[in-house]
Design a protein around this ligand. Structure first.
Ligand code: XIL
Length: 490
């Protein structure tokens, strides 16, 4: 219900590279986000909790600056969206190709990210020759050989493997895959033993969808973990894909993760996306923000949750529209690499603070439409203890721009809750913001903090950004004020 039970059979489906190529060929202007403040990236929030935040990578997209910039800065774990699957790594029997998988592994190594292996045994995206194997003994030998080679090739590089993917039906029975039918119940433990032998250091996980809440399917996996633990079959972790539908995060997600953790295995959200009917609108995006926050919060609250992986960076390349007709907009960045509200939800879930900031000066922190604020602060007298410095940089094209604003508290007093105000002199219009709520009334613009960056200690700084449009002229604002106090402009 909350998941991809509608997914059409498609074990030979290939990555959606054709659509990507078409979009790239159009040469459409893409806003290139600036480097986020190191203190407020998703990966820095995750690292502060001893966790990782990962993304599914298709390496060819790294040639796009916007994609690579987000990949480089926001994540500290990477998983191959397709490149390490059986169809990609062993297209003909006992003939292994690692070019695409190695591209992902090399990116992980060169960018200092953890590498997560996906997936050794799955009823989709396996090569056609497997279907030609009729004997259980032979299929078991082929499966073990596949695992020995692929897990052996990446030994020492991956932190974990999805050893078996999607082995259960929603009612908790075994999925009648070719492996189940030919080899029988033992195929899962045989796969885990083969993976342990090939890479003793990798954590070995079982992964599935529609298992995010407590239900027959997740309970079947719980029973398998208990059974494996009791019999000494290696298993270290359980992955919860979390391909979710808008507004349908199971209320018992955290309790479900915890009941697995209580058995002594790690847990992870492995393929998060939250799909909505398209087109998106502000209300759906707000619900999606809340959904991302719920998922990240559940992981934050479970010590053995190693982190959250999102199934892609940008809605532009998400698998969702191809598979779930009428649905899309499931990821954190939109088609043009603009951050969606989901970013703030994810950050809040890992940031540990969701409290509404309280203003420390007369300027309200939640600007209403009638609160333009001091639009031309000029050389006003700083408030006692006040002081701020603003850096404002833009990346612009003919009629649009992306701005990154760095705000530094140069006073000796901590700020909890801030509003930055400035004025545009050439009719520029703000269209979409991230890491702050930006509102505009005529030429007057105010940016109010997000929940997770409300606190600016003495000497502390944060960044936010937004997209805007202009009509050919886009001068930088001459002055800024923070909570009513004039700032120096860097
Ligand atoms: C998807 C990829 O995102 C697509 O590019 C591909 O065409 C099909 O597979 N569960 C999984 C993932 O475990 O491997 C799937 O990835 C999504 C569902």
């Amino acid at each position: 219900m909350t998941d991809d039970s509608k997914r059409p059979p498609g074990r030979h489906r290939r990555p959606l590279l054709a659509a990507a190529a078409v979009l790239l060929a159009t040469g459409a202007a893409i806003a290139v986000p600036h480097l986020a403040d190191a203190a407020t990236t998703l990966q820095s929030l995750a690292a502060a909790k001893g966790k990782t935040v990962g993304f599914a990578l298709t390496s060819s997209y790294l040639s796009e600056a916007a994609y690579k910039n987000i990949a480089d800065t926001e994540f500290n774990l990477v998983v191959a969206e397709n490149a390490m699957k059986w169809s990609e790594t062993e297209p003909s029997r006992n003939s292994f190709t690692y070019t695409a998988g190695d591209a992902v592994a090399n990116y992980a190594a060169s960018s200092g990210k953890q590498l997560y292996g996906h997936a050794l045994v799955w009823h989709q995206q396996y090569p056609g020759w497997v279907d030609g194997i009729s004997s259980g003994t032979d299929l078991l030998a082929a499966m073990k050989n596949h695992i020995a080679n692929v897990a052996g090739h990446y030994a020492g590089k991956v932190v974990a493997w999805d050893v078996v993917n999607e082995a259960f039906e929603d009612n908790g029975s075994r999925r009648q895959s070719i492996f189940q039918q030919r080899i029988g119940n033992s195929y899962i433990e045989e796969a885990f033993k083969a993976a342990r032998a090939a890479d003793p250091a990798a954590k070995l996980c079982i992964n599935d969808y529609s298992t995010d809440g407590i239900n027959a399917k997740s309970t079947a996996i719980l029973n398998l973990v208990q059974d494996f633990k009791a019999r000494g079959v290696p298993i270290d972790c359980v992955g919860f894909q979390a391909h979710l539908i808008l507004g349908q995060v199971p209320s018992d997600l955290q309790a479900n993760l915890q009941r697995f953790a209580n058995l002594g295995v790690d847990v992870r959200i492995t393929e998060l996306d939250v799909r909505m009917t398209t087109p998106s609108d502000a209300s759906k995006l707000a619900t999606q923000k809340s959904d991302f926050q719920k998922v990240f919060t559940a992981c934050a609250n479970v010590t053995r949750c190693t982190g959250v992986t999102v199934w892609g960076i940008t809605d532009r390349y998400s698998w969702v529209p191809e598979v779930f007709s009428g649905y899309g907009a499931a990821l954190i960045w939109d088609d043009n690499y603009n951050r969606k509200p989901a970013y703030d939800g994810a950050a809040a879930g890992f940031g540990g603070t969701t409290t509404t900031p309280t203003p420390t000066t007369p300027t309200p922190t939640t600007p209403g439409p009638t609160t333009p604020g001091p639009t031309t602060p000029g050389p006003t007298t700083p408030a006692p203890g006040g002081g701020c410095a603003v850096g404002y940089t833009v990346n612009q094209w003919n009629t649009g721009f992306t701005a990154t604003v760095n705000v530094k508290n140069t006073s000796g007093t901590a700020i909890n809750g801030w509003t930055l105000a400035w004025s545009y002199s050439a009719g520029q219009t703000v269209t979409q913001s991230w890491s702050a709520t930006v509102t505009q009334s005529g030429s007057a613009v105010t940016a109010a903090n997000a929940a997770w960056n409300a606190a600016l200690p003495a000497g502390g700084s944060t960044s936010f950004g937004f997209n805007g449009s202009h009509s050919g002229s886009n001068p930088a604002p001459a002055a800024f004020s923070l909570n009513g106090t004039a700032c120096t402009v860097a």
